[in-house]
Design a protein. Structure first.
Length: 405
């Protein structure tokens, strides 16, 4: 559904839009002046707990990709110029074990299948490498390909199939065969004309959901050698957010450039509800069951972060001073996300009240990773930052585990 009060959006330039150095405008001298909680009880000023510097490690360039937890509990992170760092979390400190360069701009984290990692470059480069840790961490090239058009989306894998959404459509590759002598290594399985897309797909129940620049959401049924649309839904503007599929409600949710968060029946494409969020929605979506009902969390380019109930009603919202394009992660009672105002926020999932914020020198668009007692995330300031959440008052941490979206 279109919004009559929305100003016309500028033309999309895929070579510059969605990059980490996109301007966010002037940040106010005191960011707390506009940090407010908006809920059923009105608007109130928030308590402010600023996490002091815990641990940071410089990578040499801006970081837009989320960290990846490797099978041996090491952490991989990639910066924009293609440097891949392997880190160890030891006694709540970061230790750099390996650095290699992929020679392409990398904006998203790689897909991980067993010990194989699949990286996508903005110029259309696809690179598969094998990770080993014995006797020391090492990355060995498996294969390399170049797609006709660029890739701004995160590559994903299901079973032994690698999916890559590009500016030239959706591709599937064999992610099972290994070895330079194996003719199936890196073999293209199919190419599907899904339209120009910068969005990361989502897979659930053997169906792949993908939005495109024409404002279409595709539900794609696929196999090793075949692919076809199950249905195609026409939204009112481009879809650049990663769809979220709920197993509890059978909804598929996604954001649009004209500011809507929409929920469809994932089997039939029938619209269940929509919420107008007043600005483009590029943020990923997280979900949590609270009080017997599923709730959804997402942000908008207006800098507002929302909690929405199963019926599409806003439970609470929280305003920041920058565009929110980070996919949130839920740790215990906190929902955590980054903003274009250079800050990472932790809010109480029930009330939306701020539990903490952490200030960096660059915008944060990647999903944090919680492992080894630390919350790890990258920033456009080129640093990997780590926070010990056990030192933050009001956060109830789960038993030791690793969380990432």
């Amino acid at each position: 559904m279109s919004n009559p009060f929305l100003k016309e959006l500028r033309a999309f330039n895929p070579t510059t839009d969605l990059e980490v150095d996109e301007g966010f405008g002037k940040i106010e001298t005191n960011p707390l002046d506009s940090l407010t909680l908006q809920g059923d009880g009105g608007t109130e000023k928030i308590a402010d707990f600023v996490v002091k510097e815990e641990i940071s490690l410089k990578t040499g360039d801006a970081i837009a990709a989320s960290p990846v937890l490797l099978p041996d509990e090491k952490v991989l992170i990639t910066n924009r110029r293609g440097d891949v760092l392997i880190l160890a979390v030891e006694n709540k400190k970061l230790v750099k074990l390996l650095t290699v360069n992929l020679k392409t701009v990398v904006l998203r984290k790689p897909a991980l299948v067993g010990s194989a990692l699949y990286f996508a470059g903005r110029d259309g480069t696809l690179l598969a490498v094998s990770y080993s840790s014995d006797p020391a961490p090492a990355l060995k090239p498996l294969w390399k390909k170049k797609l006709p058009k660029g890739i701004l989306a995160e590559p994903i894998a299901s079973g032994k199939i690698l999916f890559v959404s590009s500016m030239g459509g959706l591709y599937a590759f064999d992610a099972y065969a290994y070895g330079s002598e194996n003719p199936d290594t890196g073999r293209k399985l199919w190419h599907f004309e899904s339209g120009v897309s910068v969005a990361t797909p989502t897979i659930e129940g053997g169906v792949l959901f993908l939005g495109n620049e024409e404002g279409q959401l595709h539900a794609v049924e696929y196999g090793g050698s075949s692919v076809q649309d199950m249905w195609v839904y026409a939204a009112s503007s481009p879809i650049r957010s990663k769809p979220f599929v709920s197993r509890r409600t059978d909804y598929v949710l996604f954001g649009t450039q004209d500011g809507n968060l929409e929920a469809l029946d994932r089997h039939s494409s029938e619209k269940r509800w929509f919420l107008y969020m007043e600005a483009p929605v590029y943020s990923g979506i997280a979900a949590l069951d609270m009080n017997g009902q599923e709730h959804y969390f997402a942000g908008s380019d207006k800098g507002v972060f929302y909690c929405i109930d199963t019926f599409g009603q806003k439970k609470w919202s929280f305003r920041t001073n920058g565009k929110i394009r980070s996919e949130p992660v839920i740790i215990g009672n906190a929902v955590i996300f980054g903003s274009g105002d250079n800050q990472l926020y932790g809010l109480d999932v029930e009330t939306g009240k701020q539990l903490f914020r952490y200030v960096t020198d660059g915008d944060i668009i990647a999903t944090p990773l919680y492992t080894g007692g630390l919350l790890l995330f990258g920033s456009a300031d080129s640093f990997v930052h780590a926070i010990d959440l056990s030192k933050v008052p009001g956060i109830h941490l789960p038993q030791e585990t690793s969380h990432a979206i």
